[in-house]
Design a protein around this ligand. Sequence first.
Ligand code: NAI
Ligand code: OAA
Length: 271
Amino acid sequence: MIKIGVIGCGFIGTQICLAVDSGAVPAEIFGIFDFSDEKANAVLKCLKSSSPVKCSPEIMIESCDLIIECASQDAVLKYALPAAENGVDMMILSVGALQDPDFYETLEKTAAANHSKIYIPSGAIAGTDGLKAAAVANLSSVSVTTRKPISGLAGSPYLIEKGIDLADIQEPTLVFEGSAAEAVVGFPKNVNVCATISLCGIGFQKTAVRIIADPTISENIHELEVSGDFGRMKMIIENRPSPQNPKSSYLAALSAVSTLKKITSPIQIGV
Ligand SMILES: NC(=O)C1=CN([C@@H]2O[C@H](COP(=O)(O)OP(=O)(O)OC[C@H]3O[C@@H](n4cnc5c(N)ncnc54)[C@H](O)[C@@H]3O)[C@@H](O)[C@H]2O)C=CC1
Ligand SMILES: O=C([O-])CC(=O)C(=O)O
């Protein structure tokens, strides 16, 4: 059984630990880490058949086969390279961290040199299978429009920098329009899906992003539009947000668990 370490014990980390603990995934949780001890303790408390240690990511890197990052872009920047250098696989949820081309290239080369894998779940969006296949030929445009309720965008660095007060927004309002590269920096906890789409398609600079703050909805809605040699694709997903963290959709946690199932299964389905 593979040994996993989980960095980040918030909504997604908790769901992953619960799925492994229930036996739905054949893996052992070796260790968990969160810089909030309270969050790590809350995970330990809800596990019935696993007894992971609370340990540093450095210890996980020495002891685990796979590290799952479900914490923040900072955690990816800090731990992804050391894990790859040690031949340890990593699943990354805070995908926006990969927008720096130098970091991405170094990570890719380091993982290749040390036979480690980087797994990026489809997260809170759908359509990555079709997009990846379409990207084998020429793509002319890829765009993502994200609509979130006010609570799903609170605290974003871009809104703070631009002096946009979400409390003033009474109707659906376009708060950002630009590249995915800019979006994942300005909204690091809100649009990692745009990073995943960029990596599947035409990259961070060419992927167009619009973010709409919408006080009339309760779902996190992502609309993906792609055109290219294959034809045209349009996908809309209306995600239920996590009750624990309204910025993140429930599907993001399910996608991480599904990726873990794929990693641990001899049968690989889909692109
Ligand atoms: N790829 C995708 O489609 C999606 C990605 N995400 C991203 O996944 C990550 C986890 O999401 P949630 O579980 O909903 O967030 P959360 O806020 O519920 O939990 C994150 C936890 O990580 C901890 N943390 C943050 N930085 C850390 C660090 N450097 N070292 C140790 N602990 C750290 C926090 O204390 C918190 O307990 C976030 O970065 C989020 O933006 C969320 C939804 C969709
Ligand atoms: O969960 C979502 O709907 C999207 C999200 O937060 C992200 O991509 O970071």
